[in-house]
Design a protein around this ligand. Structure first.
Ligand code: SF4
Ligand code: SF4
Length: 99
């Protein structure tokens, strides 16, 4: 039987990537669950489009592939919450901290 892991999803406290379809008010993520990709801690869910989407709740981290972050446990994020900021053409997890 697989071992189950119970964790709270890390909320996205802020994201300043205003041109993302999931961003509301310039600083809120409303995607139900984002994926942070690897090896760079960038938001893989970032979608630059004129159409808006998302849900009526604050977004959270559904999965994170950045294994060298100290908050990464079993490819999930164990931080209380994360902040996401624009970085060039990407949206970067600013809470990333190398092990
Ligand atoms: S965290 Fe990612 S999906 Fe959410 S608004 Fe920012 S760039 Fe978009
Ligand atoms: S804080 Fe670390 S584990 Fe959490 S989403 Fe960011 S890079 Fe991934």
């Amino acid at each position: 039987m697989p071992t189950s892991v119970t964790m709270q999803m890390a909320v996205i406290k802020s994201c300043n990537v205003a041109d993302c379809s999931y961003n509301k008010h310039g600083n809120e993520c409303h995607a139900m669950a984002i994926t942070i990709g690897g090896p760079q801690p960038y938001c893989d869910t970032y979608l630059r489009s004129s159409s808006k989407g998302g849900v009526d709740q604050t977004g959270a981290v559904g999965a994170c592939k950045v294994e060298n972050c100290k908050f990464n446990k079993n490819l999930e994020c164990s931080a209380d919450g994360i902040d996401v900021v624009a970085s060039g053409n990407n949206a970067k997890c600013q809470t990333f901290s190398a092990r």
